[in-house]
Design a protein around this ligand. Structure first.
Ligand code: HEM
Length: 202
C-alpha cells in the first residue's frame, strides 16, 4: 500500500467528541479573556460577579482539557496528511504540546493567584454562583506576608502567560489557514466537520 493510499484510508476528521471539546474550550477561553480585559470598563456593581464567572469558566477549562486529553489518548487524532514536510510536522506537534500546556497553565496560575489572595476567606469561591469550590489549601494556609508576595508573582504569571497564549493561538490559527487556503489542503474540516460532508470513518 502506498503512503497516499494509506492517507485515503485514514480518518480525515477528529471525532465529534474531540471537536466539541476543542470548540467548547476555545469559546470559553475567548469569553474569559474578554471578561478579564473589560473588567476596568464595567460598572462597579458587575465586577464581583464578572470575576466569579471568570473563575468558574477557568475551572471548567481545566476539567474540559483533562477530559480532552483522556479522550485523545483513547482516540488518537487523524494522522497529518503525508504532504506535510517534516518541519511542518514538528512545528504542528510542538504547537499542540505548547497549547495544551498553556491552556492548563492559565487557569492553574489564576487559581494559585486567587488562593494567595488575602481576602479569599471573605469571598468564598462558587462555581457559577452555585457550587462551592476550594482554594488551593497549601497556598491559602500560608502566612499573610508570604501570600501577598505569591499573589503578586502568580498574578504576573497569569498575565504574562496570557500574552504567550495569544501568540501561540495566533500561530495555530495562521497554520490552519495556511494549510487550508495557501497549500489548498482541506484542513479546517479536520476540526470543523460541518464544513464538508465527506464521510468520516468514525
Ligand atoms: C482559561 C482560563 C483563564 C484565562 C484564559 C484567563 C485569562 C485572564 C486574563 C487575560 C486576565 C487579565 C490579566 C491582566 O492583564 O492583568 C485574567 C485576570 C484574572 N484571572 Fe484569569 N484566566 C483564566 C482562568 C482563571 C482562573 C481559574 C482563576 C481563578 C480561579 C482566574 C483568576 C483571575 C483573577 C483573580 C484575575 C484578576 C482580575 C482582576 O483584575 O481583578 N483566572 N485572567
Amino acid at each position: 500500500m502506498t503512503a497516499l493510499q494509506g492517507e485515503a484510508d485514514a480518518p480525515i476528521r477528529y471525532t465529534t467528541v474531540a471537536m466539541f471539546l476543542h470548540w467548547a474550550v476555545a469559546i470559553i477561553i475567548v469569553l474569559n479573556v474578554a471578561i478579564a480585559l473589560t473588567l476596568d470598563y464595567m460598572p462597579d456593581g458587575w465586577i464581583r460577579a464578572a470575576v466569579d464567572l471568570h473563575k468558574s469558566f477557568g475551572i471548567t477549562v481545566i476539567g474540559l482539557v483533562l477530559l480532552h486529553l483522556l479522550w485523545r489518548y483513547a482516540n488518537p487524532p487523524p494522522p497529518l496528511p503525508v504532504s506535510y514536510s517534516p518541519w511542518e510536522r514538528r512545528i504542528a506537534k510542538a504547537a499542540h504540546i505548547i497549547l495544551y500546556t498553556l491552556i492548563l497553565a492559565m487557569p492553574i496560575s489564576g487559581w494559585l493567584h486567587d488562593s494567595a489572595w488575602n481576602l479569599a476567606a471573605q469571598f468564598p469561591m462558587k462555581l457559577y454562583f452555585l457550587v462551592p469550590w476550594p482554594r488551593i489549601g497549601p497556598i491559602e494556609n500560608l502566612d499573610p506576608v508570604t501570600k501577598e508576595k505569591l499573589h503578586t508573582i502568580f498574578g504576573f504569571a497569569h498575565e504574562y502567560l496570557a500574552y504567550v497564549l495569544y501568540g501561540v493561538v495566533a500561530l495555530h490559527i495562521a497554520g490552519a489557514l495556511k494549510h487550508q487556503f495557501i497549500d489548498r489542503h482541506p484542513q479546517l474540516e479536520r476540526m470543523m466537520g460541518w464544513l464538508n460532508r465527506r464521510p468520516t470513518r468514525f
